[in-house]
Design a protein around this ligand. Structure first.
Ligand SMILES: Cc1ncc(COP(=O)(O)O)c(C=O)c1O
Length: 399
């Protein structure tokens, strides 16, 4: 325990222990914190679906029908008609042959990457002769991908963020190896989009499987919210489309979508699927309903883009560096850790919840305020934020 206490004290001494604000209401653009109205600019409820009345009414009925828990893992007593319907719905939503659902996105990445890299073999001979896989991972991929790569205990070539020349250098270097290219679709801290169209071209030349994490793209990118592959119209070229139901879909859980044989294999080879209790069937039903709403409602998607473009361009006009953001995730780059913490506290004092993110969520000395926009934010709320940000820039002397 001594080491742990020392570590904790050090985190606190350097001012790195995060401020955690407790929200006492639903994730609307305005929430209650400490009984005070605060504008929420850091929710992943991008489309406002988590508070959609139609969805909440459907959820009440689902919970009445199925109760609260599944009572088993998917391969034992935890597969309900609602889960099977959700798997099918996800496949339809992603335009793939089949899909598999998990309790969280983290769990999905952590386990599925290993199942792909180290194909499960029953005969010793096939184990001995199976080819080693090299993972090619973008430098800014999410922590769950990083941990998924570590879990697979294979060599990882980390290519510079969204740098296709660097990726090509790696693909050439490992020409004869089995290859898996893993990338976020929308990068969670910088808010830019992976160059999936170019990755597809490189794979045409050098071979390999493509794995895209659409945590922040599901429901957001593409005409029907299908994600990054739909955005670039390359659905048929992507081997594995992973994502979460916890962000724009407004619920919780993860998925992987792809070819029928891939899903059939993952169902019996993925430890976090096999050895974890299935999500409550009521939740599976709510997610399926949410996907229906998202698929058909183009307005909420275009409103999200309009809000994001408005906020980003005006932050830039004030003189902030929003890095390479092109989506609803908009960083205000600050650099110094303590300054970023100070900025988040400044915003909170002015009734805005816009947190600082620091290492290990981002690289060292690249701290920032990470804002996220919702389609349900009003122009008035965006303008209030911009006004406070402008004052903050002067008061805290942010360059
Ligand atoms: C890119 C990315 N992948 C995966 C995850 C994990 O998803 P979940 O929150 O469903 O565990 C996140 C969550 O923040 C993420 O940003």
């Amino acid at each position: 325990m001594k080491n742990i206490i020392e570590s904790l004290n050090e985190i606190k001494k350097f001012g790195q222990y995060p401020d955690v604000h407790v929200i006492e209401s639903a994730p609307d653009p305005e929430v209650l914190i400490g009984n005070k109205k605060i504008l929420l600019f850091c929710s992943s409820n991008y489309l406002g679906i988590a508070t959609n009345k139609q969805l909440i009414d459907a959820a009440v009925l689902s919970f009445k029908k199925y109760g609260t828990g599944s009572g088993g893992s998917r391969l034992l007593s935890g597969t309900y008609d609602a889960h099977v319907a959700l798997d099918k719905k996800v496949a339809l939503f992603k335009a793939t042959e089949d899909a598999l659902t998990f309790n969280s996105g983290f769990q999905t990445n952590f386990s599925v990457i290993n199942s792909i890299v180290n194909p499960f073999r029953l005969s010793i001979k096939s184990v001995l002769f199976s080819k080693k896989t090299i993972i090619f991972s973008d430098a800014l991929n999410h922590a769950s991908i990083v941990d998924g790569c570590r879990n697979s205990k294979t060599e990882v070539f980390i290519y510079k963020h969204n740098d296709m020349e660097d990726l090509e250098r790696g693909l050439k270097k490992y020409k004869t190896k089995r290859k898996l290219i893993v990338t976020d679709g929308v990068f969670s801290m910088d808010g830019d989009i992976a160059k999936l169209d170019q990755i597809v071209k490189l794979v045409d030349i050098y071979g390999g499987l493509i794995y895209v994490d659409d945590a922040h793209a599901t429901g957001v990118l593409g005409e029907h919210g299908g994600g990054t592959a739909e955005h670039y119209h390359v659905q048929d070229k992507i081997d594995m489309q992973m994502g979460t139901f916890s962000k724009a879909v407004g619920v919780l859980g993860g998925y992987i979508a792809g070819k029928k044989e891939l899903i059939e294999y993952l169902r019996v080879a993925t430890r976090s699927y096999i050895f974890s209790t299935a999500m409550p069937p009521a939740i599976a039903e709510v997610i399926a309903k949410s996907l229906d709403i998202i698929h058909d409602d183009h307005h909420i998607r275009s409103k999200l883009k309009e809000n994001a473009d408005y906020l980003r361009s005006n932050l830039q006009n004030i003189g902030f560096d929003t890095l390479t953001s092109e989506t609803q995730i908009i960083p205000i780059f600050i650099g110094d850790d303590n300054k970023a913490i100070e900025a988040a506290r400044y915003l909170f004092k002015h009734n805005i919840f816009g947190p600082s993110v620091r290492w290990p969520a981002v690289e060292k000395n690249r701290s920032r305020i990470r804002l996220t926009v919702m389609s349900t934010h009003t122009r008035e709320q965006l303008d209030y934020l911009l006004n406070i940000c402008s004052k903050m820039k002067e008061d805290l002397k942010i360059k």
